[in-house]
Design a protein around this ligand. Sequence first.
Ligand code: DGL
Length: 284
Amino acid sequence: MIINTNNFNANCISNNSINSIGIFDSGLGGINVLSKLKKEFPNINYYYFADNKNSPYGKKTDKEIFDFSIKIIYYLIEMNVDIIIVACNTASSCLNKFKHKINIKIPIIGIIYFGIKEFLELSKENEKCAVICTPLTQKNNSYNNCLNLEFGINENKFIHISCSEFINYIEKGIFYDERLIKLTQFYFKDIKNNSNIKYIIYGCTHYPLINKNCTEVIYNKFNRYDIKFIDPSNYLLKILKRYISKSNNIGISKFYYSKIDNNFIENVNTILNEKINITYVNLK
Ligand code: DGL
């Protein structure tokens, strides 16, 4: 096995041609990333694993998330994928933390890298960025650590804000309502008067699903028209474009989950706007 020393950033993709992608998350967040990928690259085969049995990842420990992720990665490798996208910030930062324990021959790409890349391209010196994220991503100071590790910048440009209860709404398929607006106002209160914050990164792949709710609070309630939202999956797509050749083929998509749940399937169907077949997998 080749030790992939460049794991988790875009550099490790080079020289690989991509025909099939493995992708995983605890649940619906990664589905949102997948939906963008499918629109942009319909010719690719996708293998999606939702670890809904262990959701929410954000309230677990590093070690637990690392162990879940490794099992999923090996499961996806069995599908002969060319690359694995960790469409989960929480898992990306835990994998990064235990990077030295991983010895895998295909590129594994964590989503955090791409949010930082876009922020660095857009921002001016001294501008700060709020990262709305899970409790574990906050605890790990994930974006500042990745900034240091992958970009060699030893500065705290990112202010992590844990929005732990968002996940309960999102996994129920509630993407916009009055209660959510109230909760968002509460979570975003420190952003309101911090004029150094000019960007907000969706530091949890679930949160772009409640984009309407987040923008309403920042723009309409707080009048912070100077703030721009960053969804890391957009930069991911931009980078992948370099490695994926277009063709008229239509790829297949296969779905797996770790807990049988009809509501989950309904929500996936809504996000992807198609009816999926999903296979239950008990990862030992
Ligand atoms: N979507 C995941 C993330 O980006 C985690 C959500 C959760 O299960 O807590 O961090």
